[in-house]
Design a protein around this ligand. Structure first.
Ligand code: SF4
Length: 239
């Protein structure tokens, strides 16, 4: 692994303004609204003293980023509890140390939306912003949430590489480009770990298996595999 140059001028994640009231109040998907609020009310025993977020979870990161991680959805007792994508569950416990190892954050752990985490050169979001039952959003819910994804992507003027974290994230980016009028033939861009495709707008779609507990616990995705993708993204954008 090449040495990573850690920087002391990292941006706090709220440098980007991703939280318009319309997003935090969004109730477009009735099934997901019901689920996110039910989970927040019932809670998991380990988090009974926590006040769950229970709302749409915005993306976060560096608005100057050239790299975007595009995942699936908030975790029920992770981001739906903490209010920040990938934070507070096994997925985040795997992802954030990797982001730190690869020079994107100032620390290996992230706990909640107000923990002061500093992020540089990367932005993190998901295809849908509300937790779905069984972590499976419907196609209609993904489509309904696309305008919020579009807004976040538009807020990244330097974007060059999209890391599709799992097939849902991969497909969400292809569909986003299609919704912009780009000709994207999905069969030419199959999802697969470390697959890399140049998109019609010049961006690169780089895949990784999702950092879900199932994948990391089974060894389908290892630390070395994720680091290699993150470092490949850095190489592609020249940082
Ligand atoms: S998933 Fe997206 S579109 Fe649906 S309610 Fe949540 S924020 Fe709104």
């Amino acid at each position: 692994m090449p040495p990573i140059r850690y920087r002391d001028d990292m941006a706090t994640y709220d440098r980007y303004d991703p939280e318009p009231p319309e997003l935090l109040d969004c109730r477009r998907c009735s099934r997901l609204v019901h689920w996110r609020e039910r989970v927040a009310l019932e809670k998991r025993r380990a988090y009974l003293d926590d006040e769950y977020w229970g709302r749409p979870v915005p993306g976060f990161g560096d608005s100057g980023a050239a790299i975007l991680i595009l995942g699936l959805a908030p975790g029920a007792h992770g981001a739906n509890r903490t209010g920040r994508m990938f934070t507070g569950d096994a997925s985040g416990a795997f992802l954030f140390p990797a982001l730190h190892r690869c020079g994107f954050t100032d620390r290996p752990l992230a706990e909640h939306r107000n923990d002061g985490l500093q992020v540089r050169d990367i932005f993190v979001t998901s295809a849908v912003r509300c937790v779905p039952p069984q972590n499976i959003p419907t196609r209609g819910e993904i489509i309904a949430c696309r305008p919020w994804l579009e807004r976040e992507v538009q807020g990244l003027p330097n974007l060059q590489v999209v890391i599709g974290m799992g097939k849902v994230g991969h497909d969400a980016y292809l569909d986003l480009l299609r919704s912009r009028g780009r000709t994207v033939i999905k069969t030419r861009h199959p999802f697969g770990h470390a697959n890399e495709s140049t998109m019609p707008d010049g961006t690169t779609l780089l895949d990784t298996y999702h950092v879900s507990f199932r994948n990391t616990n089974s060894g389908k995705l290892t630390e070395a595999m994720l680091d290699a993708v993150l470092l490949r993204a850095r190489h592609l954008v020249g940082i």
